[in-house]
Design a protein around this ligand. Structure first.
Ligand SMILES: [Zn+2]
Length: 292
C-alpha cells in the first residue's frame, strides 16, 4: 500500500505546473508568454499585448489591433521611459480608461484622449467633474458593475470595486490655486478582448472580501495588482494573500510600487510572501511588453 501511495504521489507531481527562474529573478510558469523589447511589435493574431509604462499605466493592444491605455501618468512619471513621455509616442490610441481621480492615474488622460479623439471612460463622479470643468468635455460616466463597449462588440470594459479614495485636484486657471473636486468612487476595470482574454486592472486598492466575488464572476486571466503598500495600497503580504486565497489567477503582474518612497513594496517581497502557488508572477520593467 505505501508503494501505491508513492506511485500516486509521483504521478501527481509530474502533472503539476512547471516553474522557471529568469536571470532577473522573476518566476514564470511554462509555457511562458512571448517577451518583446520596449517597442510595439505590430499586430499579433489572437493575442493581447500588454505594455507597462510605470505606476498603474498600461497600454493594451487587442487581437484586432485596438489600443487601450489605462491610467496614463506618463509625462511626469519618474518610472516612465523617456521615449514614452511624449504622448504621441504611444501611436494611435482608441480608448482611454481612468480608475480614479488621483493625479498618478488621471494626469495625462484628458490630453491623450483629445490627441487621439478617443473616448475617455472614468467613474461617474470623476467623468462628471472632468466634463464640467472642461478638462475632458466628452468623458463618459460608468458605475460599478456597469459595462461599455465603445469600440464595438468585441471589447467590453466593466468597472468593479476598489477600496480607495478618489478626490480630484484641479488647478483653477482663474485663481491659479488648486481646488478639490468630486472624483467619484475609485474602481478597477475588467477588460475583455475579442478573443475572450480578460485582464483585471485593480486600480489602487486595499484588501476587500469581494475580490473573491469579482474573481468568481469574471474569471480574469491576468491581474494587474498594486503591491506598493505604505499608506496607500496593498502591501506585498496583502497582495500575496488575496492572490492565493481570493483570486487564484493564472498570471499576476505587480504594479504601483517603487515610484516614490511612499510605495516601498517590491516584487521580490510579493513573490516571497506568495510562496509556491499555481499563479505565475511576471515582473515587468517599464516600457517592456508581454504577449498573452
Ligand atoms: Zn490613488
Amino acid at each position: 500500500m505505501p508503494r501505491l501511495i508513492a506511485i500516486l504521489a509521483a504521478a501527481l507531481l509530474t502533472t503539476s505546473p512547471t516553474w522557471a527562474q529568469s536571470p532577473s529573478g522573476e518566476r514564470i510558469q511554462d509555457p511562458a508568454p512571448e517577451r518583446h523589447g520596449g517597442k510595439m511589435q505590430g499586430k499579433v493574431e489572437g493575442k493581447v499585448q500588454v505594455q507597462w509604462l510605470g505606476q498603474a499605466a498600461f497600454k493594451f493592444t487587442s487581437p484586432a489591433g485596438k489600443v487601450i491605455v489605462i491610467d496614463p501618468w506618463l509625462t511626469t512619471n519618474p518610472k516612465t521611459p523617456p521615449e514614452f513621455k511624449q504622448l504621441d509616442a504611444l501611436g494611435k490610441v482608441d480608448l482611454v480608461l481612468v480608475t480614479h481621480g488621483h493625479n498618478d492615474h488621471v494626469a495625462d488622460a484628458p490630453a491623450l484622449a483629445k490627441l487621439n479623439d478617443a473616448p475617455l471612460i472614468a467613474p461617474a463622479g470623476l467623468a462628471q467633474s472632468l466634463a464640467l470643468l472642461d478638462v475632458a468635455s466628452k468623458a463618459q460616466r460608468i458605475n460599478k458593475s456597469g459595462s461599455l463597449s465603445p469600440l464595438g462588440d468585441g471589447i467590453k470594459v466593466t468597472l468593479v470595486q476598489a477600496e480607495h479614495s478618489s478626490e480630484y485636484v484641479w488647478k483653477n486657471p482663474g485663481t491659479g490655486k488648486d481646488e478639490v473636486h468630486v472624483g467619484g468612487e475609485p474602481g478597477g476595470f475588467i477588460i475583455e478582448f475579442e478573443n475572450g482574454f480578460k485582464i483585471w486592472h485593480m486600480g489602487d486598492t486595499g484588501v476587500f472580501g469581494d475580490m473573491k466575488l469579482i474573481a468568481q464572476m469574471y474569471r480574469p486571466d491576468l491581474v494587474l495588482m498594486p503591491i506598493g503598500g505604505g499608506q496607500f495600497v496593498m502591501n506585498p503580504a496583502d497582495a500575496a494573500m488575496v492572490t492565493r486565497e481570493f483570486i487564484q489567477p493564472k498570471t499576476v503582474i505587480p504594479m504601483h510600487y517603487g515610484t516614490n518612497p511612499q510605495l516601498p513594496g517590491t516584487p521580490e517581497a510579493f513573490m516571497k510572501a506568495l510562496g509556491k502557488t499555481r499563479t505565475a508572477v511576471r515582473v515587468m520593467q517599464p516600457g517592456e511588453q508581454l504577449t498573452f
